[in-house]
Design a protein around this ligand. Structure first.
Ligand code: E4P
Length: 213
């Protein structure tokens, strides 16, 4: 399974890339606004820090506007994947952009049927948001399981990005479901390294070594 970092923060991306554990980056307007600065230059900097796909979201809501923005963003780097919201206009843009060889990640997916339509329109990636479903008392992991199961059944080539991940257990659950990718906030990635028995074990090894000396 691939791991993407869900951030627009350059320090976080640099650190995760140095650890050698991330395969790409996803951003969204909220994450980019948090960092401030110029969006295209930030995207170019992110593309220099990671080798894989970097998702950048359009802000237009009509098909024509999305296509125009998508072309500008895609010109920044061949790594750029255009994030398009799950709307009828969005899917029309996805189909048109696919014809031009521009890859799209359909975002804000909250139901199986939305995932199916996005794949049919030609999305290279889809992003079901499990954490936000959990927040409403629904089962986000179940949605990822359903999408993975059916997509495998019909040999869809669309890659499933489990998004809106809230904690390390989500990572295990979406890996078990068969998601191709999980996109993680930096805080979740940090937590994945940690286990108290690792810390205690290392402390004991070093103490025993000191005693022998
Ligand atoms: C995915 O691409 C989104 O940027 C992200 O996972 C949203 O997560 P949130 O629900 O924590 O904002």
């Amino acid at each position: 399974m691939k791991l993407f970092l869900d951030t627009a923060n350059l320090q976080e991306i640099q650190q995760a890339a140095a650890w050698g554990v991330i395969d790409g980056v996803t951003t969204n307007p909220t994450l980019v606004a948090k960092e401030g600065g110029d969006f295209p230059s930030r995207l170019a900097q992110i593309c220099e820090l990671v080798k894989g796909p970097v998702s950048a979201e359009v802000l237009a809501t009509d098909t024509k506007g999305m296509i125009a923005e998508a072309k500008e963003l895609a010109a920044i780097s061949p790594q750029i994947v255009i994030k398009i919201p799950m709307t009828a206009d969005g899917l029309q843009a996805v189909a048109a952009l696919k014809e031009e060889g521009i890859r799209c990640n359909v975002t804000l997916i909250f139901s199986f049927n939305q995932a199916l339509l996005a794949a049919k329109a030609g999305a290279a990636y889809i992003s079901p948001f499990l954490g936000r479903l959990d927040d409403l008392g629904h089962d986000g992991v179940q949605l990822v399981q359903d999408i993975c199961h059916v997509f495998q059944h019909y040999n869809f080539t669309t890659k499933i990005i489990a998004a809106s991940i809230r904690h390390p257990l989500h990572v295990l659950q979406v890996a078990q479901a068969g998601a191709h990718i999980a996109t993680l906030p930096f805080s979740v990635l940090e937590k994945m390294f940690k286990h108290p028995l690792t810390d205690q074990g290392l402390e004991r090894f070093l103490a025993d070594w000191q005693k022998m000396k």
